[in-house]
Design a protein around this ligand. Structure first.
Ligand code: SF4
Ligand code: SF4
Length: 217
């Protein structure tokens, strides 16, 4: 019935729209999404245009982030008063997580029809800024807005490298642009960073050996 899937891809930062067709057979054969999306007719002009976009984006970067020992600072200062300070400003609107290209949190909704004969399970976008996201028996693990911000930034900049071998932030700045109260991830990271790892040293969580191998390769 469906031999081909049509995919529209909007190239970010340009007006170019690519239309690609891929066989559902190859889709199911285990090829990666990127294999299927490769454009065999990429021209030098395309490559130059792509490179120019990256160069332009880099030239517009107005902020930087020192990541030296940042992971340790974030993890060791989990109960730092700074998180209360952020919590007083953060509205937990979830905006930063909705615009972030690397946020992927989801939750599961089970729904039934009125007869109870049909039910569906949906995976839906969610955010670690929602109180219900960390709800377990008896209540939310992260009840305060400060604890939710701490969770978000610590995962992005502290724990992602352990899990995936890279930071969970690509530096796009969308969360800064769209935050209604002007919270800036680089400023919050710097604030924690500036205090360093001055607390009495605690044993660090073990790094994921697989991720470490990726980092070292
Ligand atoms: S700057 Fe980092 S955390 Fe903020 S939206 Fe971009 S990738 Fe996500
Ligand atoms: S966009 Fe700003 S106010 Fe909204 S949850 Fe993120 S940090 Fe908090």
């Amino acid at each position: 019935m469906c031999d081909n899937l049509s995919a529209l891809i909007q190239q970010m930062g340009s007006d170019t729209v690519y239309v690609s067709k891929m066989s559902i057979t190859s889709f199911l054969s285990g090829k990666s999404f990127w294999d299927l999306m490769k454009r065999p007719n990429l021209t030098e002009a395309d490559a130059k245009a792509s490179g120019d976009l990256v160069t332009t984006a880099v030239a517009h970067m107005g902020r930087s982030l020192d990541t030296t020992d940042l992971r340790e600072a974030l993890i060791e200062r989990a109960d730092d008063p700074h998180w209360d300070d952020v919590g007083e400003r953060c509205l937990t609107c979830t905006g930063c997580t909705l615009v972030c290209p690397s946020c992927f949190c989801t939750s599961i909704d089970d729904v039934t029809d009125l007869s109870g004969e049909r039910w569906e399970r949906w995976r839906v976008w969610d955010s670690c800024f929602n109180a219900a996201f960390s709800y377990i028996h008896g209540g939310s693990v992260r009840a305060s807005s400060g604890s939710r911000y701490r969770q978000w930034i610590t995962h992005k900049l502290g724990v992602w490298p352990d899990q995936f071998g890279t930071a969970g932030c690509v530096g796009c700045g969308r969360c800064i642009t769209w935050c209604p109260v002007g919270i800036d991830i680089t400023a919050e990271a710097d604030a924690v960073h500036a205090a360093g790892t001055r607390r009495a040293h605690r044993p660090r969580p073990a790094r994921n050996p697989a991720a470490t191998a990726v980092q070292g390769s």
